[in-house]
Design a protein around this ligand. Structure first.
Ligand code: ZN
Length: 304
């Protein structure tokens, strides 16, 4: 099972933001109390309904809905979550499969980006469905910018597309760490938004074996790793995400990045750089795809 990572959440955020910003949330029906936990569905809906959506954005793998009067919703898609834009859905029409939350938004404000967008479908009231086959996704209410910042700071490290994401910063974060560099990349409290797909792709681009201890890489390797992470994520965003099992954009379309993987899920195929066979191994508990010619394994220490 592949979970939405930074490029997939970014795809949803970029598509949805111009369509929803400026609209008012008119109805919110949370059909599954696990989504709003620890708040009851009614409590969460009452805090949001009637408010205008000021901004939709992303941080790490979170989709961030910012409402007027400094009220925020941090939505995590987890394994199979998605948001479907349903501009032409009629009242009483059947929900898409696996709907967990129904949203109804008021008309788009005049001269908004939504009103100019051909994709908007309707400038009147519109419907959205938050869908999730595996039901691990969540929506967390945060009252005030301070609460939002504290929530994110406790869970997320550097944003890889931020200019502060530098080789030097990675070097400092990894100092003294003996965990494999892949586990280091997957730790959201260090680097936000990178999951199994983009970690494999980034390490291949950087020519670093996923088992190498993070703290033993040199500055040149951290520079290559930084570039590899950014290039892999940008390629994913350009392809509108990767769809292996479930990921869909807001119109229900699949991403295309799975067709451009360099090593991920390409066990037994030739390396696109050197032609050696790509192998599959478990690193940090996760299936990992590696060209061990381009990404030489760490030398085993001699036993004394
Ligand atoms: Zn190779």
């Amino acid at each position: 099972m592949a979970m939405p990572e930074l490029p997939e959440v970014e795809t949803i955020s970029k598509q949805l933001a111009p369509l929803v910003e400026g609209r008012r949330l008119q109805r919110m029906e949370i059909l599954d109390p696990r989504w709003s936990h620890p708040l009851a569905p009614r409590e969460l809906a009452d805090a949001l309904v009637g408010r205008r959506i000021e901004r939709l954005g992303r941080r790490g793998k979170y989709l961030l809905w910012s409402f007027e009067h400094d009220v925020h919703l941090a939505q995590h898609l987890r394994m199979t979550g998605g948001v479907l834009w349903r501009p032409s859905a009629k009242h009483g029409e059947a929900d898409p499969p696996f709907t967990r939350v129904r949203l109804e938004l008021g008309p788009a404000p005049r001269r908004s980006r939504a009103a100019e967008s051909a994709n908007a479908g309707s400038n009147g009231a519109v419907r959205l469905a938050i869908v999730d086959a595996r039901r691990f996704g969540t929506g967390q209410l945060l009252l005030g910018r301070g609460a939002l910042d504290a929530f994110l700071a406790a869970r997320l490290g550097l944003e890889p597309l931020d200019e502060r994401f530098t080789a030097e910063h990675l070097f400092e974060l990894a100092r003294g760490r003996t965990a494999p560099v892949k586990a280091f990349l997957l730790d959201q409290r260090r680097v936000a938004g990178v999951g199994n797909i983009y970690a494999d792709e980034a390490l291949f681009r950087a020519r670093i074996h996923p088992r190498r201890p993070a703290g033993r890489l040199d500055r040149r390797q951290f520079a290559a790793l930084r570039d590899g992470v950014i290039e892999a994520l940008r390629a994913g965003i350009d392809a509108r995400g990767a769809t292996i099992d479930d990921f869909r954009d807001i119109d229900g379309a699949s991403g295309a990045f799975q067709n451009q993987f360099l090593v991920h899920r390409r066990e037994g195929e030739p390396c696109p750089r050197c032609g050696s066979t790509i192998s599959k191994m478990v690193v940090g508990g996760r299936a990992s795809y590696v060209c061990e010619t381009c990404q030489p394994p760490p030398r085993k220490r001699r036993r004394r």
